[in-house]
Design a protein around this ligand. Structure first.
Ligand SMILES: Nc1ncnc2c1ncn2[C@@H]1O[C@H](COP(=O)(O)OP(=O)(O)OP(=O)(O)O)[C@@H](O)[C@H]1O
Length: 249
């Protein structure tokens, strides 16, 4: 979807990560959560953040999306500092965010949800929505249904599609499989791959470590707000220390 005419506003040509956090401290009020945290997302990648509850995984996404301002360190999108920008500006730059909960408006129809996702677009809303209906037939069939009538998996698809209306080249996804039955979770992971196939790099938090890493190019193990391990899924899953300390192995 990201050809020259649809490039996100903030995108620039050139190599290097699409998104990076470098040496970031951040937190809530005076409570520090991230501590010298560095995470990188390269073009086209799926990267998975794993680690124990409270490790700071969601906080990484919130800091990348401008919901939290980094206290120190840099958040860069295509090499440009976006630390401290508001989420609505960051959306225009080309980063989308799918929170774990409350990621669709239940009382609105599927179509209305998608249109709300595109309020910041300058034009081409109908076209991009049709493209998304083509990609995700499950929501195409229910355009006029209220979002609250969707199943958990269908809601996740709508949440992804809603974020994709802005045609981001980076999507931050917080625990896509949370609360879903195993079969449905498998479908949602396939949808994450489908999103990635649309030239969208994905930084994802996932509690289901095996499945999350299973669709990822790289992973980070976070603990106490900092990266303890980084590697390919194979490296992380086969590392004895990682397995024993963090993956319940
Ligand atoms: N809005 C908030 N205000 C204050 N503290 C918060 C807030 N949100 C999260 N925290 C705290 O920040 C720490 C990290 O939370 P975070 O949600 O980033 O962890 P996580 O690794 O995503 O874990 P989980 O899988 O449990 O969500 C936790 O101690 C949590 O209690």
């Amino acid at each position: 979807m990201s050809d020259d005419t649809t490039r996100p506003a903030g995108a620039t040509d050139g190599a290097g990560p699409v998104l990076s956090l470098s040496g970031v401290d951040s937190g809530y009020g005076e409570v520090q959560v991230l501590d010298d945290c560095s995470v990188r997302l390269d073009p086209g990648e799926i990267v998975c953040l794993v680690g124990p509850n409270g490790a700071g995984k969601s906080t990484v996404l919130k800091t990348a999306f401008g919901m939290l301002t980094p206290w120190t360190g840099a958040v860069e999108y295509h090499g440009r500092d976006i630390g401290g920008m508001a989420p609505e500006e960051i959306v225009r730059e080309g980063i989308g965010y799918v929170p774990q909960t409350d990621n669709v408006f239940g009382s609105l129809t599927i179509d209305e949800n998608l249109r709300m996702g595109g309020v910041a677009r300058d034009g081409g809303l109908d076209e991009v929505i049709e493209t998304l209906y083509d990609r995700f037939p499950i929501i195409d069939r229910k355009r006029t249904a209220k979002a609250k009538t969707l199943s958990g998996g269908q809601r996740q698809v709508l949440a992804f599609a809603r974020a994709l209306v802005m045609e981001p080249d980076v999507l931050l996804i917080d625990e896509p499989s949370a609360g879903l039955a195993p079969n449905t979770a498998d479908d949602v992971f396939e949808d994450v791959q489908e999103v990635n196939d649309m030239d969208t790099a994905i930084l994802m938090v996932e509690q289901n470590v095996t499945k999350g890493l299973g669709i990822s190019d790289r992973g980070y193990v976070l603990d106490q707000g900092t990266v303890r391990f980084e590697g390919t899924p194979e490296e992380l899953l086969n590392d004895e220390e990682v397995s024993q300390l963090y993956l319940g192995g």
